[in-house]
Design a protein around this ligand. Structure first.
Ligand code: MOS
Length: 755
């Protein structure tokens, strides 16, 4: 693990209050100078290069591969196919829980989706491996590919997302609709999207006997370790995974993927370290995607604009061989106070890779549909979209009937609206133009995301030199975990942050759970908080039980830790430094261990969510249909903010993804071949700087006493929710045209038949 120097100005470092400070990234200098080593930067002695050969058909079988030609190529060492792939201890098609995904590990000649790995060529150089893979010239027996939401018979999935019921309701939707004075029914479509992390899935794997050493990006080190242990039939402790830096993951690195395991198998086959890095187009298949959806919403409202019914039906797709069903309807459980709510799902099986969790899985897809439908209903009721949302503000979670652990959404609406200037918004669409004649529109979307926690562990050490160490196998996927978690650690240990050594990103450290579900800061943060507390409690015992200490007799509850010293709470003139306490006790160091887990009582009592309100302005060329987002203001209440700089970065990143969802992003699938037609960052559109001129995240104060002792809610995913709908609603407000197929491209805006 490389050492990191602190990059923040000393002015930001305050005793006992690292939490809340806008520290810059501890790993920032390493990253901008290229000193941060990502997985593919590793190069152990004797390493060989592996290249994947992937299928160009979506369904059928590989009839032949010219292995001889590939092997004859200079530099090629081995070709791994189903015929010689090393044995596995577990069937890659086994699935014992919703977080275990079936993997394509050359188990047979079947092709289940385009870009499925069909062979691995291992060579002395990357060029030789790549050329060898090209020489395989596969022949296929192809079967027709099933692509698109209408390509197969639909069914009701047993569960959606990580195991939610596929059907839920409260109250009587049909009665609510019958009683309504306004009703709308609208269907929205969202396309397949691919994670497209900047850093591709990469692995450098080395075996020593039955011990495995790996460099690979991972959002969940312990899970990856456990999965590999199962597949290879070795103890998890025999597997060491280093993942100090990730170039993004967005869910695609949450579970170890097939190609990463193929890298391990290749190393096994040749008995040497092997590096395997996916090419961009190879990421469009075996490492997950966001499934397409078709969502139908039916809403009813009384004459005063009060919702009487809300139905949210989702049709989505999984692969032909595994189960992941995008839980898009779930967001309707929590946001608007309809007395009758019903959600349901149907799905088809397609010849694509298995879809996966992708940043705000379910919430992102569901939010753009729900927020569009709410906007359509506000318009039908002749109401301002903000007034309509306030009218239907949920004081308790509508589907569960539980009170919220805290909810500061009203403040989000108020602060966002004020900053944006919402009160000047004309009610009717197509009323505003700028000086160049472009149509101007303003839209609103409500953001929400559950406050999730997993289980985690941490280990703290206080040393006789007055410094401390915090160890936790957490993952920094670019979100700033190293920095935010170190801030929590410094406070937990009562240390100035420059006296703290923070160790993370390696599977030999305590399990921090997964950097997913926006849960890492709460999960790892609480484990760190508890580990630090345990170390301080031991230290306090030493001091307060020793007559020679100025703290003698204060008792554990009577001391506070700050700046490397313990102070008597009732008399701060009496204090003692950690080094002195440990020195007198003859100890080189003292250790504390901590765990975190969601509190089951609080979980069953309260609905726990972060909230926000996003306001967007777009300008639309009335002739060309070109859409530009000109302003986005989001106000978010997400519990205690550990580091406002990192949090704003997360929220702005999320809102940019919202812009992307509304206007840019989609995988085009060739319905005949089943292949993605734009598997590269030139043709798969994502926003660049010019697409997002002004974006602002307001952090709304919120104290949540129930989510966890530190009051932390996640911020990684909520930014996408609300923002995609805000942009879509702004496009409608600019033009008067409602596009219900996303992304909203110029052709869909201008040509009725393209919608
Ligand atoms: Mo995220 S989709 O929870 O990595």
């Amino acid at each position: 693990m490389p050492e990191t120097a602190l990059t923040q100005a000393p002015a930001h470092v305050r005793h006992g209050s690292n939490i809340g400070q806008p520290l810059t990234r501890r790993d920032g200098v390493l990253k901008v100078t290229g000193a941060a080593h990502y997985a593919a930067d590793n190069h152990p002695k004797g390493m060989l290069y592996a290249a994947l050969a992937v299928s160009s058909i979506a369904r059928g079988r590989v009839a032949s591969l010219d292995v001889r030609a590939a092997k004859a190529h200079p530099g090629v060492v081995a070709v791994m196919t189903p015929a010689n792939r090393p044995a596995l201890a577990q069937d890659p098609d086994e699935k014992s829980n919703p977080f275990m995904f079936r993997l394509d590990l050359l188990q047979n000649d079947r092709v289940r989706y385009a870009n499925q790995p069909i062979a691995v060529v291992i060579a002395q150089t990357l060029e030789a491996a790549t050329e060898g893979a090209a020489l395989l010239s596969p022949r296929y027996e192809a079967e027709p590919a099933r692509i698109g939401l209408d390509a197969a018979e639909s069914f009701v999935p047993a569960a959606v997302g990580p195991g939610f019921p596929a059907e839920a309701h409260r109250g009587d939707v049909e009665a609510g609709l019958a009683a309504a004075s306004k009703r709308i029914e609208a269907t929205y479509e969202t396309p397949p999207q691919y994670h497209n992390a900047m850093e591709p899935h990469a692995i450098v794997a080395a075996w020593e006997g039955d011990r495995l050493s790996i460099d690979t990006p991972s959002q969940g080190l312990a899970w990856a370790q456990g999965r590999l242990a199962g597949l290879f039939g070795i103890a998890p402790e025999n597997i060491h995974i280093r993942s100090p830096f990730l170039g993004g993951g967005f869910g695609s690195k949450g579970m170890i993927s097939g190609p990463q395991v193929l890298g391990v198998l290749a190393a096994r086959l040749v008995g040497k370290p092997v590096k395997l890095v996916l090419r961009r187009e190879q990421m469009y298949g075996p490492v997950g995607h966001r499934a397409p959806t078709r969502q139908t919403l039916r809403l009813g409202a009384g004459s005063d604009g009060t919702l009487t019914a809300l139905e949210h039906r989702t049709k989505t797709a999984s692969s032909s061989f595994d189960d992941f069903f995008e839980p898009a309807s779930e967001i309707s459980h929590t946001l608007y106070a309809s007395p009758a709510i019903a959600t349901s799902y149907e799905a088809v099986r397609l010849d694509t890779g298995t879809p996966l969790f992708m940043r705000a899985p379910g919430e992102a897809t569901g939010s753009i549909a729900l927020e569009s439908a709410i906007d359509e209903m506000a318009h039908a009721c002749g109401m301002d979209p903000l007034a309509f949302r306030l009218k239907n503000y949920a004081e308790v979670e509508p589907i569960s009937g539980k009170p919220f652990s805290s909810k500061a959404l009203r403040d989000c609406y108020a602060q966002g609206a004020q900053r944006f200037g919402w009160e000047r918004r004309p009610l009717a669409p197509r009323q505003m133009r700028d000086k160049d004649g472009l149509l101007v529109g303003w839209g609103l979307g409500t953001a929400t995301f559950p406050a999730i926690m997993f289980e985690g562990q941490a280990r703290a050490v206080l040393r006789r030199d007055g410094g401390g160490v915090m160890e936790i196998g957490a993952e920094d996927m670019g979100q700033g975990a190293w920095t935010a978690l170190a801030q929590i650690a410094a406070d937990a240990l009562g240390l100035d942050i420059d006296r703290l050594e923070f160790r993370s990103g390696s599977s030999d450290l305590p399990d921090a759970g997964i950097a997913g579900g926006s849960a890492l800061t709460a999960t790892a943060g609480m484990a760190i908080h508890n580990a630090g507390g345990a170390a301080i409690a031991k230290l306090a015992d030493l001091a307060t039980g020793d007559r020679r200490s100025p703290l003698f007799g204060a008792g554990n509850a009577g001391v506070i830790a700050r700046g490397g010293r313990l102070f008597r709470r009732d008399d701060e003139s009496r204090s003692e430094g950690y080094a002195d306490i440990l020195g007198r006790a003859g100890l080189a160091e003292i250790e504390g261990r901590g765990k975190s887990a969601p509190d089951p009582t609080a979980q069953s009592t309260y609905a726990m969510h972060a909230h926000g309100a996003v306001f967007a302005e777009v300008k639309v060329d009335p002739e060309l249909g070109q859409i530009r987002v000109t302003r986005v203001v989001g106000a978010f209440a997400a519990g205690r903010i550990i580091n406002p700089r990192m949090v704003q970065s997360q929220l702005c990143g999320g809102m940019i993804w919202g812009v992307s969802f509304a206007l840019h992003e989609q995988a085009h699938m060739d319905l005949r071949s089943g292949r993605p037609m734009n598997p590269n960052l030139a043709d798969y559109h994502i926003p660049v700087n010019a697409d997002v001129p002004s974006i602002e995240a307001i952090l709304v104060e919120e104290r949540d006493p129930h989510v966890n002792a530190l009051g932390i809610k996640g911020v990684g995913e909520i930014g996408i929710t609300g923002s995609a709908g805000a942009v879509a609603n702004a496009v409608w407000h600019a033009t008067g045209t409602r596009v219900r197929k996303f992304p909203i491209t110029p052709d869909r805006l201008i040509e009725p038949q393209a919608r």
